[in-house]
Design a protein around this ligand. Structure first.
Ligand SMILES: CC(C)(COP(=O)(O)OP(=O)(O)OC[C@H]1O[C@@H](n2cnc3c(N)ncnc32)[C@H](O)[C@@H]1OP(=O)(O)O)[C@@H](O)C(=O)NCCC(=O)NCCS
Length: 153
């Protein structure tokens, strides 16, 4: 696991009381955001939901759904003023370590081809493209494919 790049940043489990802040951050980052209900359902379903905090401020979140020896990274995001400082990579490594400790052997995720920052993050972490899921995401015009990536732990 990588060290958190900035000492005051801490990772901890997402609580139901975090959902409003998480959903607000999500709306600030995505054109087609998850709803608060999507996050609440993830917490209630027992997925590995984590937040990154700078003191009392929530600056990132990630959701890993583990099923036996496989996991799916459903969401990972960092507040825009914290991006580009290594937090995304540290958070990704933190989630991969959670998976590995639970016995996960392979982690999957989807990413938009247009999302260069996320694609670079996952590439540097060793993810490889497995397939393309056609018209997977809503887009401003029509729909956008998803790149389906995997990483063997
Ligand atoms: C994707 C995201 C989590 C990356 O977080 P971050 O804290 O900026 O990432 P880091 O600073 O740890 O950088 C990780 C890698 O991504 C690269 N990267 C970061 N921002 C980038 C950008 N705008 N363009 C290209 N590469 C970028 C970095 O160069 C770094 O690679 P390096 O090892 O070559 O330096 C962040 O941009 C984000 O939250 N985006 C909005 C939500 C999102 O799209 N989530 C992913 C959904 S699949």
């Amino acid at each position: 696991m990588s060290a958190v790049p900035v000492p005051q940043v801490q990772f901890r489990p997402m609580r139901a009381s975090d959902v409003a802040d998480v959903a607000a951050l999500e709306r600030s980052l995505y054109a087609f955001p998850w709803s608060a209900g999507n996050f609440r359902d993830s917490v209630e379903a027992g997925y590995d939901c984590r937040v990154a905090c700078d003191g009392s401020r929530l600056i990132g979140y990630a959701i890993l759904m583990i099923a036996l020896d496989e996991a799916h990274l459903l969401n990972l995001a960092v507040a825009s003023d914290w991006q580009g400082q290594g937090l995304g990579r540290a958070f990704l490594d933190h989630m991969l370590a959670i998976g590995k400790a639970a016995g996960v052997q392979i982690v999957y995720l989807e990413v938009r081809p247009s999302n260069q920052a996320a694609r670079q993050l996952y590439k540097r972490a060793g993810f490889q493209q497995i397939a393309i899921r056609p018209a997977y995401y809503p887009a401003l015009q029509g729909r956008e494919d998803a790149l389906f990536l995997g990483l063997t732990l």
